[in-house]
Each structure stands twice: as structure tokens, then as C-alpha cells.
Design a protein around this ligand. Structure first.
Ligand code: SF4
Length: 394
């Protein structure tokens, strides 16, 4: 099996060397890079670093607007765009890890925790299917109760519910698992995994995760996508912006996706775009905080670098920001079950105390009308084999 950890040192050194010497591009230089992106088979990382630098430079407003105009013209037509819908269903909020940016951290004693039993899981699934969702993502914290047998049980339950639905499928978001576990889950009918790398900056990663008994293992976690891809699963990849220099995270993610293409002949079905947000009402004033401009630049650079891969626009962001950035083929979810187990069926009535983080839950009718105005529709049943392959192809 190919492993990203075996090429990590080389990729890390390449990205750091590029960032050491990067300057903010002039508008003319942005024009050249964008023109080149249409004729070559993927821009060089050094070109992408220049575009990212425009997002990090306060005075480069014109360059930023050029990126916006380019991506909108290329991937956002007047009508007929679609975004793919995924319904996250939180199954457990018990966690042994202690990420400081998450309310499920084992150190947060005030979090109201819950673990869905099978009846409750079925009710949550039926609740999202009643709202037309067909692709469900089962979400777990690092809960030791969930061994492979339990995950197979839950996946089987979800699959039974979506099996007959055109374009339906089941995704999984858990801690990193073994190759044997992924093989068993793939055999049970799982289609793919969702995992953000948080950051591939090892120093920053260790700073954020040293108190987490499972998650502290940077290398084993880094190779998780390899184990899933080798088992035949689709993967969603990405960084959590804000833990380290966003330019480093974005370039390493592009490098990683290119590695997936070389090693497995396919790309992730979506790029995650999560960004660190205040937790429990506390603003985090960090040197690595990512402004809206920087964040939106990273989203556009992903699309320019990886034209066939959509981005997963996050409900942690405002609807206005997501509408500004939405492009054909992205993933967009307007309801996340209040990011806690039982959120769709209101098992916990004190919703804030049980949520993983703050999100913007929205009414479907409002979302539909705003999206229609912009020429978008929501695709609920997108997980057909040929379409998934096309989305994952480079
Ligand atoms: S981010 Fe995941 S691993 Fe970390 S505390 Fe939250 S649920 Fe646990």
C-alpha cells in the first residue's frame, strides 16, 4: 500500500521552500497565471502560492477580485448549477480526545453527551430522508464503544434506509481506522469516508493535539486516507484552516490530492474547507487566524488547482459567505442536525449544550429560494456510481 507519510518530508520541504520566497503577484501576473491554468495540466504549486499570497496581502484587493471573477465565470453559469447535499447524522458525542476547538473534547465537562441506540439512529435517518436527503454521513467522535462490528451495524441500518433511493449512499466520519476495518466497512456497503487532516504542519498539529490520546498520532492519522482508498472507498480530504498558516495548509492539500491521483488514480470526491471558529463563545485570537479574504482565496485556489473537485462549503460559515463562494458541483448542507446526536428528532432539548460547535441551521424554503435566484439547485441523489467516478476523476 502506498502511504503519504513516505513522501511527507519531501512534500513538506517543497511547500516550505516555495512559501519562503513567495511575493504577492501584480494584477498582470495574476492574469498570466489564470491564463496558464487553462492550458496546462494543473498549475505548479509555486503559481498557486502566489495566488494564495494575494489573499494574505491586505492591499491586493484587485487581485482577489480577479480570482473571484475568474472562478465565477468558469464554474458558475447563469442557470443550471447544482450543489450536492449530504445529511450529517451525529451518532455519538463521547470522545476520549481533547481538541481545544471542539465541544466534544473529553475535557469539556459541561457538554451534554449522547450515544444513539439503534432505534434512535433509525428515527434520525428517517427524519433526514423525509426532508429528501439521500446521502447520509454517520458522524462519531473518538468513542471507544464503536468497534468495527458496531460501525457495520450502523452502516447496515443506514444502507437499508437509502438502498432503494436513486443516488443514495452512506458516508462515515470517525477517528482513523485500520485497513482491516475499512475493508469490512467497504464490504458492508460504505461508500466513503470524510476526514479533515486538521493541519499537516506537524509542529502545529502536535501543539493542538498533544493532549488527545488517539489523535496525537500524526503519522497514523495522516495515512488514514491511504488505508480507506486501498479498501476501495471514496475519500473527502481537507484541512481545518486556522490551526497553522493557511497558505501552507492549502498547498499541502493540493499536493496531497495530486499524490492520491498518482497513487490511486482518483481524487477526493470533495475538498473540506472548515475554518476554526470561536468555541463556547470565546473568540480565538491566534497568529494563524484566517480572515474571510484569506479563506475565500483558499477556496478559489482549490478550484483553480483541482478543477474537477468540488469544495464542501461549511455551515459554520454564514450563508452570505457560502453564497458568494458557491460554484457548480460543490457540496452544501443547510441543516446538520444541530451537530449533535439526536439533533433532527430533538432528543436533547438544550441544543447548545450538546453541539460540537456553532452552526447556521437554515430553513429549506429560504435556502431554495436564494439558490434559485443564483441559478443553483440542490442535488440530493448524487451518489450514483458513474457520477461519483466522474467527480473523483482528474
Ligand atoms: S474534533 Fe473529533 S477527536 Fe477532537 S475532540 Fe472533537 S470529536 Fe473528539
Amino acid at each position: 500500500m502506498s502511504l503519504f507519510s513516505l513522501v511527507y518530508a519531501e512534500r513538506n520541504a517543497e511547500v516550505r521552500a516555495i512559501l519562503d520566497g513567495v511575493d504577492c503577484p501584480t494584477p498582470k501576473r495574476v492574469e498570466e497565471i489564470l491564463a496558464q491554468s487553462e492550458t496546462c495540466d494543473g498549475l505548479e504549486l509555486s503559481d498557486l502560492a502566489e495566488l494564495l499570497q494575494a489573499g494574505a496581502t491586505e492591499s491586493a484587493y484587485e487581485q482577489f477580485e480577479m480570482l473571484r471573477a475568474y472562478t465565477s465565470a468558469r464554474w458558475r453559469i447563469a442557470a443550471g448549477n447544482s450543489v450536492r447535499y449530504v445529511a450529517p447524522i451525529y451518532v455519538s458525542s463521547y470522545c476520549v480526545d481533547a481538541c481545544p476547538y471542539c465541544n466534544f473534547s473529553a475535557l469539556r465537562k459541561d457538554t451534554v453527551r449522547h450515544r444513539l441506540n439503534l432505534d434512535e439512529l433509525q428515527r434520525e435517518i428517517q427524519s433526514v430522508l423525509a426532508r429528501d436527503a439521500r446521502v447520509v454521513e454517520l458522524v462519531y467522535a473518538t468513542d471507544p464503544e464503536y468497534d468495527t462490528r458496531m460501525l457495520v451495524r450502523d452502516i447496515t441500518c443506514a444502507l437499508e434506509a437509502v438502498r432503494e433511493l436513486d443516488g443514495g449512499g452512506v458516508l462515515l466520519c470517525t477517528e482513523y481506522l485500520s485497513s482491516q476495518a475499512y475493508q469490512a466497512l467497504a464490504d458492508a456497503g460504505l461508500r466513503g469516508i470524510v476526514q479533515w487532516d486538521e493541519t499537516l504542519d506537524q509542529q502545529a498539529y502536535t501543539r493542538w493535539h498533544s493532549a488527545s490520546p488517539r489523535k496525537a498520532d500524526f503519522r497514523t492519522r495522516m495515512d488514514n486516507h491511504d488505508r480507506a482508498l486501498s479498501a476501495g472507498l471514496e475519500v473527502a480530504s481537507g484541512a481545518l484552516f486556522g490551526l497553522a498558516d493557511f497558505r501552507y495548509d492549502a498547498l499541502m492539500q493540493v499536493s496531497r490530492v495530486r499524490y492520491f491521483a498518482e497513487a490511486y488514480g482518483r481524487a477526493p470526491f470533495v475538498m473540506g474547507t472548515a475554518r476554526l471558529k470561536p468555541i463556547a463563545g470565546r473568540e480565538l485570537h491566534l497568529a494563524t487566524s484566517v480572515s474571510d479574504r484569506a479563506h475565500e482565496t483558499a477556496l478559489m485556489v482549490y478550484k483553480i488547482a483541482l478543477p474537477h473537485v468540488g469544495r464542501w462549503l461549511q455551515t459554520r460559515e454564514t450563508f452570505e459567505l457560502n453564497l458568494r463562494n458557491m460554484l457548480d458541483g460543490d457540496v452544501f448542507t443547510y441543516s446538520c442536525g444541530e451537530v449533535q446526536p439526536g439533533g433532527y428528532t430533538q432528543i436533547n432539548t438544550n441544543s447548545i449544550a450538546g453541539a460540537q460547535f456553532g452552526v447556521n441551521e437554515m430553513e429549506r424554503s429560504y435556502v431554495d429560494s436564494e439558490l434559485t435566484n443564483l441559478g443553483f439547485r440542490i442535488d440530493y441523489g448524487w451518489m450514483t456510481a458513474p457520477r461519483t467516478e466522474a467527480l473523483a476523476a482528474r
